[in-house]
Write a protein that binds this ligand. Structure first.
Ligand SMILES: [Zn+2]
Length: 142
């Protein structure tokens, strides 16, 4: 699966979120920018985002976030029983590609504290916009 930043696909309509942090218990002070990436396969329905977190412009962490239920991903991955191994796709996790330049636990706690319905709606909206743009590109290429 290849992931690209939403802004690269849907253009300037896309905005990234930047949050200032001061005196956090586990993370350094500074401005944290969250750049959401989406899978670029038009036919894929993974319904998640990879978020690169930049601290004052440096990539310090990568978070995966899936907004659907654990059951959705289980079905999507084709898990037959509860014992089948599958990576956690529901909710927020520190991705295995994360550079972990800050505390992964601290980053996850910060992300979850910021996460609200509004932000989740932005991810869903961007995901749909990216998929629509990809479908469009495919049509015009033919
Ligand atoms: Zn996908």
């Amino acid at each position: 699966m290849e992931f690209k930043p939403a802004g690269e696909i849907i253009g300037i309509a896309h905005q990234v979120r930047t949050v200032g942090l001061k005196d956090g218990p586990q993370l350094p002070d500074g401005y944290y920018t969250f750049v959401d990436f989406y899978c670029t396969k038009a036919s894929c329905d993974c319904r998640r985002t990879l978020i690169q977190v930049l601290l004052n412009g440096t990539h310090v962490s990568t978070i995966g976030f899936g907004w659907e239920s654990p059951e959705f991903y289980k079905k999507w991955m084709g898990a037959k029983s509860d014992d089948d191994y599958m990576p956690q796709m529901h909710g927020a996790t520190v991705d295995f590609t994360s550079p972990d330049k800050v505390s992964p636990q601290g980053m996850l706690a910060f992300f979850n504290a910021l996460l609200d319905e509004k932000w989740i709606a932005v991810f869903k909206y961007n995901y749909d916009a990216v998929k629509a743009q990809l479908a469009n590109n495919r049509k015009t290429k033919k």
